[in-house]
Write a protein that binds this ligand. Structure first.
Ligand SMILES: Nc1ncnc2c1ncn2[C@@H]1O[C@H](COP(=O)(O)OP(=O)(O)OP(=O)(O)O)[C@@H](O)[C@H]1O
Ligand code: SF4
Ligand SMILES: [Mg+2]
Length: 356
């Protein structure tokens, strides 16, 4: 039996049963607060020399204060593009971006200018990327870079920092770096991968963001360091009262860290809900396939999802998963199912019709 564990209990995919102790108090509080972000019906089409690519097709999501939301799906399904849209980072000269609404802490941002986005980036919303070296300057000492981030953060919050050295030390200590004083004088190449990622997280925290976006922040790390960084992120969400939206290929990472998750396929959300529900009782055939392809102690052969990932230049009509779906029906190749009770599948629509 495979059991994917999160801190509320074991989510068993074989028995589809859960041993979950839900924290109903914090869920109730989250519902009352203004969401950190509400993205409604995002569509992104890139215009390339090879033709248009429909990278994102009607994605909606929300993150509440104190909540960790995961985004999963195979390579090229539109996860990073979705995250980039929340930071106003999409190249609008090469892409058509439409969205019904993008609320950041209750404020509509869909018409924001680049100057307005700059004000939000790093302060209200900060991003941690997969490779820490892309976020760090290799020729500047860690301390110099941290102090620069602190100054920028303070300026955007309209205040000043009395003692930059002390503030930088405090940040490094907060992200679990020992011997912080010495580390401030070192250069990125002198630190391990895990330590570099901690520094990047510290730089993200320097702007005192309320929402942290993380695009596969642990993929480049070994398993032990990955676990430490995930624990750190989880702690920071609690202590800094932030929200976290994290992309990962790894369902075990999502199970350990997240409260809710969305599964993407070919630019769309195909299933969304609590981690307990999705990993314990998956509904969409693609998610069932993903869970079936996880190695388990009892597995002799892995159950790979058959067929090829979709060609984003020429998506199939109807449900984009139909050429690979063992449960496909005639309607699946004809019409796209809508998201019904968190699941984008004709089987779900049928189930609902029977229950009405
Ligand atoms: N700047 C761009 N110009 C053209 N196409 C792009 C651009 N950025 C992304 N795409 C395309 O949009 C689609 C979604 O890309 P995205 O980076 O969001 O995938 P992803 O789900 O993050 O994949 P991965 O897991 O590999 O990171 C892909 O087909 C990609 O080739
Ligand atoms: S809509 Fe049809 S093809 Fe798509 S996942 Fe559901 S059953 Fe499979
Ligand atoms: Mg990506």
């Amino acid at each position: 039996m495979t059991a994917i564990h999160n801190e509320r209990g074991a989510v068993s995919k074989d028995t589809m049963t859960l041993a979950v102790k839900k924290d109903t108090t914090s869920l109730a509080l989250q519902k009352e607060a203004t969401p950190l972000v509400v993205l409604d019906n995002l569509a992104v089409t890139f215009h390339t020399f090879a033709g248009p690519v429909s990278a994102v097709r009607g994605v909606s999501l929300t993150v509440q204060p104190g909540e960790v939301v995961g985004l999963v799906g195979e390579s090229g399904c539109g996860k990073s593009v979705t995250l980039q849209s929340l930071m106003g980072l999409l190249p609008t000269d090469r892409a058509t971006v439409t969205v019904d609404s993008l609320l950041v802490q209750g404020e509509e941002c869909k018409q924001y200018s680049e100057a307005q986005w700059r004000q939000l980036r790093g302060t209200t919303i900060a991003m941690v990327f997969q490779d820490p070296m892309t976020a760090l300057n290799p020729i500047l000492a860690i301390g110099t870079q941290l102090k620069e981030s602190l100054r920028l953060g303070a300026k955007r919050h309209n205040d000043t920092i009395a003692d930059e050295e002390a503030a930088a030390l405090e940040l490094l200590t907060k992200v679990g770096i020992a011997d912080a004083k010495r580390r401030l004088t070192q250069y990125p190449h002198e630190l391990s991968g895990g330590m570099r990622q901690r520094v990047v997280i510290a730089m993200a925290l320097a702007g005192r963001p309320t929402l942290l976006l993380a695009d596969e922040p642990t993929t480049a790390l070994d398993v032990t360091t990955e676990a430490q960084i995930l624990l750190l992120l989880k702690e920071l969400v609690k202590t800094e009262h932030m929200g976290l939206l994290i992309i990962s290929h790894n369902l075990r990472v999502i199970a350990q860290l997240c409260d809710r998750m969305s599964v993407m396929y070919a630019g769309q959300v195909v299933e969304t809900g609590t981690v307990e529900d999705l990993l314990g009782k998956p509904q969409h055939p693609y998610l069932k396939g993903l869970l079936g392809s996880l190695p388990t102690s009892a597995t002799t052969t892995l159950q790979a999802i058959g067929g090829q990932p979709p060609d984003m230049f020429s998506l199939p009509k109807g449900c984009a998963f139909h050429p690979r779906c063992k449960q496909a029906m005639r309607v699946c190749a004809r019409e796209m199912p809508s998201l019904t009770e968190g699941v984008r599948c004709w089987l779900q629509a049928e189930k609902k019709a029977v229950n009405v």
